[in-house]
Design a protein around this ligand. Structure first.
Ligand code: CAA
Length: 261
């Protein structure tokens, strides 16, 4: 596998690819070079048939403390506009395979937005979420206002965006922003994320991809369009080997053997 400077990649379990943000001195601040590597690693795992689920994490202290403020501070409007600054960050949302964010410590600004771009978020009790952009004279630019509003509602999103106050793992869980807060302990959130990714990796990859696509449609379509979309994808799965295998295995009281086709 490729060697990177600001991230680490590994295969912690069968079918699972892990990306660890690794810029510890800057609390994993998301610089352009870091994001270029992250996108490359995500693409590499997405194209690798032996990988069926991804885990994205940072360190105990920080998932990511946001976009790199030092890199941004002298940029002009013309730079960010012409360069479509932050647009490439959303590549993550276009991959086929599920991505689980394992969040420990700070997930601020772009770090919080990065977690929100993932399909599932697991939080350590130490996780601190925030969109502090208002404190540095801007607003979230990596999808924060939009994805948060959908995840936790308007009033909370507005409060957070306009006051810049952080929120805890517990609040994130109560608000439905994260799947759950894991037990305390070093490495616990990554362990749980890898476990969850392994479960996903043990299913039919074709059904998993369909499931991810259908859930995502809930955020794009009206209810009626979404329901029709879901039903059509559901219908299409009857053209797969894994549907025949899964249903036959149930009827024959045996475990299915997926061919991911
Ligand atoms: N960009 C660049 N460098 C950062 C950074 C960031 N977002 N966050 C932390 N760092 C650097 C610090 O500058 C410091 O570097 P030096 O040692 O060279 O001084 C190092 O990481 C350690 O940080 P601190 O000394 O500040 O650590 P702390 O424990 O005292 O505080 C913190 C931690 C509260 C997270 C604090 O670092 C902080 O407030 N960071 C900025 C958070 C922020 O505003 N994020 C939003 C960025 S804007 C954005 O993301 C836009 C968008 O929508 C995409």
């Amino acid at each position: 596998t490729t060697q990177y400077e600001f991230i680490l990649t590994s295969r912690p379990a069968d079918g699972v690819g892990q990306i660890t943000l690794n810029r510890p001195k800057a609390l994993n601040a998301l610089s352009t070079p870091l994001f270029t590597e992250l996108n490359a690693a995500v693409k590499e795992f997405d194209e690798d048939d032996s990988i069926r689920a991804l885990v994205l994490t940072g360190s105990e202290r920080a998932f990511a403390a946001g976009a790199d403020i030092k890199e941004m501070k002298d940029k002009q409007f013309s730079d960010v506009f012409k360069g479509k600054f932050l647009e490439s960050w959303s590549l993550l949302t276009t991959v086929r395979k599920p991505i689980i964010a394992a969040v420990s410590g700070y997930a601020l600004g772009g770090g919080c937005e990065l977690a929100l771009m993932c399909d599932i978020i697991l939080a350590s009790p130490t996780a601190v979420f925030g969109q502090p952009e208002i404190n540095i004279g801007v607003i979230p630019g990596g999808g924060g206002t939009q994805r948060l509003a959908r995840a936790i509602g308007k009033s909370r999103t507005m409060e957070i965006t306009l006051t810049g106050r952080n929120w805890t793992a517990k609040e994130a869980e109560q608000w439905g922003m994260v799947s759950r807060v894991v037990a305390e302990g070093e490495g616990e959130v990554v362990k749980e994320a890898v476990k969850m990714a392994s479960v996903i990796a043990s299913k039919s990859a074709i059904a998993v991809q369909a499931g991810k696509e259908a859930v995502n449609a809930a955020y794009e379509h009206t209810l009626n369009e979404g329901l029709r979309y879901e039903r059509r994808i559901f219908h299409s799965l009857f053209a797969t080997h894994d549907q025949k295998e899964g249903m036959s295995a149930f009827a024959e009281k045996r475990k299915p053997t997926w061919t991911h086709s």
